[in-house]
Design a protein around this ligand. Structure first.
Ligand code: JFZ
Length: 336
């Protein structure tokens, strides 16, 4: 994997995309802003924060029809900004897949009127613009089909042993009846396989929030990926120290020497949310974004900057403007 990792660390600048059904409420549920309901306040967590039932949340899919979505336009925007790769949420914690899936009907092709495979379109667009391609996949948390069960199982065990269980991220308001094992066997692992068999261009898998995952469970994902495509490298959030590259924390730069031992990537936001949040106008200035980019790259890392497209597929204007400014700056100042 040495070359894949070197190649990754040479990319320097990439685009992260958080997109899904949560773009429809955009941080507001039944007139309430997320901050009025609880935490965290990032828009892609609205199902948990507003305690939306699985059935009610799934209805958002009926409305998901991003008429102005254009993967080529987004890829071109990234390319013009000097970015070298794109990673998009193939499935976030809400369990809704942005690709056609046999493992779960809760996906953009089968459950929404949009009826287009968004991951396939990004795969194509990246190829067209010479960008590397990766996917985010929430392998552990799935509010529609699973992680709550893992929480219950672990809690029972830990209660017996007098240990505390961290419930962070578990669906405790409307838990799925599935066991965690069946979620792994029938949705999570099969969907990772579907992605990898279908999209041979995928180079990075950004697993996230491993939570209570056991080492053998993280390893199952690692092995699944490696067996299908050994060129792919995996984020450390696969859990249990099994990742190929480090994520020092959102909007963070490593401070400890040992954190520089493996390739690393800082992920950052334009405002304070990953998914589209209609009322978050707290945009970083282009100077601040450039500061992050230079600070990270000069220390040897990659900077993956996130956009949250709106439900109609459009990208907020501040994002477009700031990316254009960065692109111009790089054109003038970057050495060959
Ligand atoms: C996770 C997700 O829960 C979130 O929705 C988003 O996708 C983000 C990129 O990743 O949130 C985290 C996970 C880990 C840290 C911070 C936010 N961390 O270690 O600092």
């Amino acid at each position: 994997k040495a070359t894949a990792l070197e190649e990754f660390q040479d990319l320097k600048f990439g685009l992260f995309i958080h997109w899904g059904l949560y773009a429809i409420p955009g941080g507001i549920w039944e007139g309430k802003k997320m901050e009025e309901m609880g935490s965290p306040s990032v828009a892609e967590w609205i199902q948990l924060v507003a305690k939306i039932s699985r059935k009610q949340y799934a209805k958002l899919a009926d409305e998901f029809n991003p008429s102005t979505f254009d993967a080529n336009a987004i890829a071109k925007m990234a390319k013009d900004a000097g970015m070298k790769y794109i990673v998009i949420t193939a499935k976030h914690h809400d369990g809704f897949a942005l690709f056609k899936s046999k493992a779960s009907p809760f996906n953009v092709v089968d459950a929404s009127p949009f009826n287009r495979d968004i991951i396939a379109e990004f795969n194509q667009a990246c190829r067209k613009f010479g960008l590397r391609f990766g996917v985010y996949y929430s392998h552990n948390i799935d509010w529609a089909d699973g992680a709550d069960a893992q929480y219950k199982e672990t809690k029972t065990m830990n209660d017996r042993e007098g240990k505390r269980t961290d419930a962070f991220g578990a669906n405790l308001w409307d838990p799925s009846p599935n066991s965690f094992q069946s979620y792994l066997d029938n949705k999570s692992v099969p969907q990772v396989k579907e992605l990898l068999y279908q999209f041979k261009d995928i180079r990075y898998i950004w697993f996230d929030m491993p939570g209570l995952m056991k080492p053998e469970q993280s390893f199952r994902f690692y092995k699944t990926v490696y067996d299908i495509n050994p060129k792919i490298i995996i984020s450390e959030r696969i859990g249990n120290q099994m990742g190929d590259y480090a994520i020092p924390g959102d909007n963070k730069i490593p401070t400890k020497k040992e954190q520089y031992a493996i390739p690393w990537e800082t992920v950052g936001t334009f405002n304070n949310s990953w998914g589209y949040k209609s009322y978050d106008q707290d945009w970083k200035s282009k100077e601040e974004l450039l500061y992050w980019l230079l600070e990270i790259v000069s220390k040897g890392g990659n900077y993956m900057l996130n956009i949250g497209p709106r439900a109609d597929g459009s990208v907020p204007e501040m994002v477009i403007n700031n990316l254009q400014s960065i692109g111009k700056w790089l054109q003038v100042n970057q050495e060959a």
